[in-house]
Write a protein that binds this ligand. Structure first.
Ligand code: UD1
Length: 350
């Protein structure tokens, strides 16, 4: 159990991965403060987290509306509370948007994170779990992706993740009392098994599973399958989909590792299952879980997409003692529970 005294700041805690991680943190006995600007999330997600964990644990959760780009918001937060560690999710993550508006990405992801390091150093809070992404492997030449592969960025979003990994390594090298874990997520999907919280993207979803979900509930007519001539078993691209609750537990494992290991330095870990699934396999699994037919349209490849990406899970298993428990059946089951009970996400039908 987390110590009564341990208080974790979760940036972006109202978002998809953040909200699921907050549930697990509270269940593990940590006190949690969220800072979120609600740019791509809603306060209702935090209300649902409270419902889910119940009134007792909810007392250990505090929400602060604030923006990491605004140093006054950070100063106010850190001057009022002492944090034992920070889990830093806040940031933008749409590849296409990052190509069109790179300054938005540099401002939110880079400036926000640099401000966060400044305030953490000032208040001597030097333990950080950072949301990186498998995007730093680019289009990998070899698979599975191993943490010591050379890193590349293929777009401004990916560049922010790559730069932020480098920034973390530089800071830790110069100031060895920092303990930093960089978690490289593969493809987070699914939802909390209660169906109370889940992913709720604004506008048309960019990612596969939220798109399939919206087809299943009738918000979108059909799924465009991008690429059916890849050299894979069924011609569609392969990814490592991971249940968001497994991902949340990966953060708890990382946090415990930080608290336990004086000289951890700055380390990167993949959070994936090590299993690849094709687009058509995901469609079939979702059809089975939902009992709904997902009409598809075969389309040309999406520019920049890799053929096969999946994780080597060895390092996380060995060093964090963490391993994903769920397969694509559970991912689809839980995502359908969320979708079928909340077809319009956190809002009622517009
Ligand atoms: C994408 C991002 C990645 C980011 C991750 C966040 C790109 C190139 N990469 O990963 O940087 O970290 O999201 O979760 O955008 N697909 C369809 N139809 C759709 C949507 C997707 O066929 O409507 C296919 C894609 O071509 C791909 C697979 O589904 O083969 C998964 O796509 P997606 O969910 O967007 O994830 P990634 O591209 O792997």
């Amino acid at each position: 159990m987390g110590s009564e005294e341990q208080t974790i700041l979760v940036t972006g805690g109202a978002g998809f991965i953040g909200s699921h991680t907050v549930v697990q943190l509270l269940k593990e006995g940590f006190r949690v403060h969220i800072i979120d600007n609600l740019d791509n999330s809603v306060i209702e997600a935090v209300e649902r987290v409270k419902e889910l964990v119940g009134p007792q644990l909810s007392k250990k959760l505090r929400f602060h509306l604030g923006d990491l780009r605004n140093k006054d918001d950070l100063e106010k937060l850190f001057s009022q509370s002492r944090f034992d560690a920070v889990i830093h999710f806040a940031g933008l993550k749409a590849v296409g948007e990052s190509v069109a508006y790179p300054r938005r990405y540099f401002d939110n992801n880079l400036v926000g994170t640099i401000n966060l390091y400044e305030i953490m150093a000032k208040y001597n809070c030097k333990k950080m779990v950072f949301s990186s992404s498998a995007t730093v492997y680019g289009q990998p030449e070899k698979i599975p992706c191993v943490e010591d592969f050379q890193l590349v960025a293929l777009n401004p979003y990916g560049r922010t993740k790559l730069f932020l990994e480098e920034i973390a390594r530089d800071i830790q090298k110069a100031e060895p009392d920092w303990r930093i874990i960089l978690l490289r997520y593969f493809n987070p999907v699914g939802a909390h098994e209660s169906g109370k919280i889940g992913e709720d993207p604004k506008g048309i979803p960019n990612n596969l599973m939220p798109y399939i979900q919206q087809v299943a509930v009738g918000r979108l007519p059909e799924l465009n399958v991008y690429g059916h001539d890849y050299p894979t078993k069924d011609g569609t691209a392969i990814r490592d989909y991971i249940h968001v609750m497994d991902l949340a537990d990966g953060h708890i494992a990382a946090l415990r590792k930080l608290f336990m290991t004086d000289n951890i330095g700055c380390k990167a870990y993949n959070l994936g299952t090590g299993q690849g699934s094709s687009v058509l396999e995901m469609v079939a699994a979702f059809e089975k879980a939902s009992g709904k037919k997902i009409p598809i349209k075969l389309c040309p490849r999406r520019p920049g997409d890799a053929t096969v990406v999946y994780a080597s899970t060895e390092k996380a298993e060995k060093e964090l003692g963490w391993k994903a428990k769920y397969g694509i059946e559970e991912m689809c089951r839980d995502q359908w529970k969320w979708a079928s009970t909340n077809p319009w996400g956190y809002q009622s039908k517009p």
